[in-house]
Design a protein around this ligand. Structure first.
Ligand code: ADP
Ligand code: MG
Length: 336
């Protein structure tokens, strides 16, 4: 039944981007100056998980590289590389194609970038609200010719991290909003994936629609569910995915996406999550008490609220409710 399982992987960049024409146009417009040898416009992409932000950013860069061969480009996931030096290091490594010494100071990394970048370049900073210190956006902007595409869930969370200095010195030409996909668009995304990844006739359109209805506009959940359903059917020796498998496949897919997300959490986020998992629902003060006891090097509640707690919500790991005693945190009943 599965012909090519790689097309269901999260990193797979689809040939065609479905239903995101206006977002694609905005990002390619932002990058267009590079075609004339000029620095691109910086842009921000915002929206919920599974809405196609990373895909659109990568597809826009792919398009640019078709126009201008050898544009220096880099992709940095700030969830993994969240310090100033690791972002600069990765950017210097990729864009300037320079082997930078371990633990080089930021200034040296910026110089390396400046020296090594001989034509306009683009860096995608994904999950940028995970940065410890958003000043690195300014560092990168200070490199002549370099522009960035920053991706975050919500504009407010990102802006809260940018201080005035960064604000006033960087112009952001484009702010592109991604809303949850409609059921029709998710169905269409699944249909294209099916054509590439499954044997012909392996699934009926109605089954894809059913998956799309259950995932709340999240293409990642939908694609994972389709793969899970195909595997389940394969194990049963079937050549078509029966509709009865869909609901279970969606639940399994949610659990799988959740597991992957948990494995990406930093230590503050992980401890918070584990406190809620073990002791929730918890009011904010109780959660903070538990976190302080469980974490070897706790940060302030303010710092947690600014970044880590919202991230757990955006990734649908925990839910909050506002009551008389303030916010209450509990495990999310479903991902979505
Ligand atoms: N418009 C689209 N067309 C085709 N596939 C898409 C589209 N949007 C998202 N996907 C697929 O859905 C998954 C999640 O998309 P992604 O861009 O990673 O979402 P986000 O970065 O917003 O969380 C990926 O596997 C991606 O290939
Ligand atoms: Mg993404």
């Amino acid at each position: 039944m599965l012909r090519d399982a790689t097309v269901f992987e999260d990193e797979h960049l689809p040939r065609e981007i479905v239903g995101r024409n206006s977002q694609m146009n905005e990002v390619t417009d932002a990058l267009a100056p590079v075609e004339d040898g000029v620095r691109a416009e910086n842009c921000f992409l915002f929206g919920p998980s599974g809405a196609g932000k990373t895909t659109v950013a990568r597809a826009a860069v792919r398009e640019l590289r078709r126009e201008v061969l050898d544009v220096p480009t880099a992709y940095v996931n700030c969830w993994k590389d969240y310090t100033r030096s690791s972002v600069l290091e990765r950017a210097a490594n990729t864009l300037a194609d320079a082997a930078v010494p371990k633990n080089a100071p930021a200034r040296e990394l910026i110089d390396t970038l400046q020296d090594g970048l001989d034509s306009p370049g683009v860096v995608i900073l994904d999950e940028v609200d995970q940065l410890q210190d958003a000043d690195v956006l300014y560092d990168l902007h200070s490199v002549p010719g370099l522009a960035w595409i920053c991706i975050a869930n919500r504009e407010v969370d990102l802006l809260a991290r940018l201080d005035e200095r960064v604000h006033s010195r960087i112009s952001v030409g484009y702010r592109v909003q991604f809303d949850r996909y409609t059921v029709d668009t998710v169905t269409e995304i699944l249909d294209r994936r099916t054509a590439q990844g499954l044997e012909p006739g392996a699934v009926e359109r109605g089954t894809l629609e059913r998956i799309a209805e259950l995932v709340d506009g999240d293409a990642r959940q939908a694609i994972t569910a389709l793969r899970v359903a195909a595997r389940k059917s394969e194990r049963e020796g079937l050549s078509t995915i029966p509709p009865r498998l869909v609901d279970d496949a969606v639940l399994d897919a949610e659990a799988e996406v959740r597991r992957k997300t948990i494995s990406k959490l930093n230590d503050h986020q992980r401890v918070l999550y584990e406190c809620v998992e073990e002791h929730g629902p918890l009011i904010q003060k109780a959660l903070y008490d538990r976190y302080q006891r469980a974490h070897p090097d706790p940060i302030t509640l303010r710092a947690l609220r600014k970044n880590h707690l919202p991230k757990l919500e955006h990734y649908n790991l925990i839910e909050t409710e506002r009551g008389g005693e303030g916010k209450t945190y509990r495990l999310a009943s479903r991902t979505g």
